[in-house]
Design a protein around this ligand. Sequence first.
Ligand SMILES: [Zn+2]
Length: 148
Amino acid sequence: MVQSRPVVGFERLADALLDPAGSLDFSVRGSRDRDGKHWLDLSLAGTLTVQCQRCLEALDWALRVDNRLLLVREGRELPEEELQEDGWDCLPVGPRLDLLELIEDEALLALPFAPRHEACCAPSTSDGGGTTSPFAGLAQLRKPEGRG
Ligand SMILES: [Zn+2]
């Protein structure tokens, strides 16, 4: 079952966004396999408003997370071969699992480090998609203005 919750309801996530508009859809499904392992299948979807690192304007970013977590008891040592397995993460759980906190953690982890508009209309100085350095911007500032 997919649930929905306003982004403002996730305090840490809201803080990380330019604008905590919209809502987050999520579903959590727990299951137990033949070996008695507990799994949590987690799906998140939503449109988050992040800040374009280029023009600093709002950017609608589509969040999509599908994650499978192996639940392990907090404090329990995992056998090495389990830690080496790829394809899922282990989630240590205490006596109580806060699902909303987990959802929020997953969303925060998924946030892009330096989001940019696909076709950003920021006034760009020189680059054609190459590397930009902060010094290039400084050089631009230092150019004498066309006076007279
Ligand atoms: Zn932009």
